[in-house]
Design a protein around this ligand. Structure first.
Ligand code: SAH
Ligand code: SF4
Ligand code: F3S
Length: 440
């Protein structure tokens, strides 16, 4: 076999996966592979997968089928990266005829060149899904797309073991990068022209490196000259000490946006989920966030239909979202994941109909709350960082986000450019966005 030259990576799932694809691209480029924009032209196609919900295996198999049929390469090789790697390793062991040629888990991307070369040398399928206690890729500069925002992982893995969540099994133990190494990367981002950096981690505010906690790191990042906006995701409600909220309030370049994943509003369900807070404690954190950071925008994640959740317990979730009035909420039906404690111990006993009923009701309630929140901006002027010029439907439309992270849409006027911060007079609102017009 000739040696492979061109590679293509397709990414599913969260921002961490986006970032990881940038790492993988960088590693491949440094090893003489060429990245191509079209899957049909690649010798090797990789899917960077997510396994947080649904049994997505079938989707991935369909996609592989499509890729093989559309490829201009007779012998296109297929690789699976990301959170489904472990899963697919078992499938591949069970059925070696599957059209998957190599597999690399989230901590194995440095092995990619070797895995691919071995595959071409020996013709044998190869995989590496070992999880590491150490790997943070702090020595790899991601191959980022030019843009306004840069992702930057400050920690990886998760030790929380929420009973529904597969992440601790797919991504392994929590580990943080050295602060100095992170700051140097932020400096390089400023030099390269990025306006915003989003710090990433599965549990970003549990960051800890020797004596440095998340608040200490945020202070150091905020001190970097030239970085206009700092965001972070995804945090856990248990790690929002007051000094962190105070720092967020004080620093102009730390965006006033907090994602506070509720998951459920009922104490018994929260305990069964192993979330480590109850309803009263969650409401207290939310209250402290509102009190400490004026103008803050809060969002959340919710799961409905966790095993044994009753109607009355579901209503507690309604109660909390009505009380907190999040700007928006990502709402999911419980989906049983292999390996998790919930899958082992709690039968998935809330019917699909009930899950659907609860999610629809919650979405309706949240829609009204989002609209109410957004309407309160009408008449105000918001600082907006432009991240898109021209949408599919309207080549003249401009998009950007407020400091709190709300999406805005407004007409193009001469002189606007990507990465520019403008003042926007807010004139209209919907549950999903704000509309406005640029004022000088
Ligand atoms: N570390 C992140 C989690 C990422 S998963 C965090 O703690 O916020 C993103 C969201 O997916 C979770 O907040 C949860 O609401 C949802 N989720 C995770 N596992 C799920 C499951 N088994 N079924 C349904 N939703 C799930
Ligand atoms: Fe998907 Fe979670 Fe893995 Fe991200 S960390 S890729 S959301 S399973
Ligand atoms: Fe960790 Fe978030 Fe799950 S904190 S255990 S990944 S919900």
């Amino acid at each position: 076999m000739t040696s492979p030259k061109t590679v293509f990576i397709e990414t599913y799932g969260c921002q961490m996966n986006e970032y990881d694809s940038e790492l993988a691209k960088s590693i491949l480029k440094n090893n003489a592979f060429q990245l191509v924009d079209k899957e049909t032209q690649a010798d090797v196609v990789m899917l960077n997968t997510c396994s947080v919900r649904d049994n997505a295996n079938r989707k991935v198999f369909n996609r592989i089928h499509e890729i093989i049929h559309s490829s201009e390469r007779k012998d296109v090789k297929i690789g699976i990266l990301g959170c489904m790697a472990t899963n697919f390793r078992q499938q591949l062991l069970d059925n070696p005829k599957l059209k998957i040629d190599f597999i690399a888990g989230p901590d194995s991307y440095k092995q990619l060149p070797t895995l691919i070369h071995d595959l071409y040398q020996t013709g044998k399928k190869s995989f590496d899904v070992t999880l590491s206690e150490m790997e943070t890729y702090s020595d790899i500069e991601p191959s980022r797309n030019d843009g306004v925002n840069a992702w930057l992982a400050i920690m990886r893995g998760c030790n929380n073991f929420c009973t529904f969540c597969v992440v601790p099994y797919t991504r392994g133990r929590e580990r943080s990068r050295e602060p100095q190494n992170i700051i140097e990367e932020v400096n390089r981002l400023v030099d390269a022209g990025y306006k915003q950096v989003t710090l990433l981690g599965q549990n970003v505010n549990s960051y800890r490196y020797e004596d440095d906690r998340f608040v200490d790191l945020m202070e150091k990042v905020s001190d970097v000259a030239g970085i206009e906006r700092i965001r972070f995701t995804s945090p856990h409600p248990k790690d929002f000490p007051l000094p962190l909220l105070q720092l967020m309030a004080e620093r102009k370049n730390i965006c006033k946006q907090i994602h506070l994943p509720l998951q459920a509003g009922n104490d018994r369900v929260l305990d069964k989920m192993n979330r480590t807070y109850n309803q009263a404690e969650f409401l207290e954190v939310a209250d402290q966030v509102y009190k400490t950071i004026p103008g803050v925008v809060m969002t959340t994640d919710i799961i409905v239909g966790f095993p044994t959740e009753t109607e009355a317990e579901y209503l507690d979730t309604e109660h909390v979202i009505k009380a907190v009035k999040f700007d928006s909420a990502f709402i999911f039906k419980y989906s049983e994941r292999p390996l998790t404690r919930a899958a082992k111990q709690f039968p998935d006993d809330v019917s699909e109909e009930v899950k659907t009923d609860r999610i629809m009701r919650l979405i309706e309630i949240q829609k009204d709350i989002s609209l109410e929140r957004h309407e309160s901006y009408i008449g105000s002027v918001e600082s907006v960082l432009i991240d898109q010029i021209g949408t599919r439907r309207d080549s003249e439309a401009v998009r950007g986000r407020t400091d709190g992270g709300i999406i805005t849409s407004f007409p193009f006027v001469d002189g606007l450019a990507l990465g520019q911060t403008v003042n926007l007079a807010i004139e209209g609102a919907s549950p999903n966005l704000l509309r406005g017009r640029v004022v000088s």
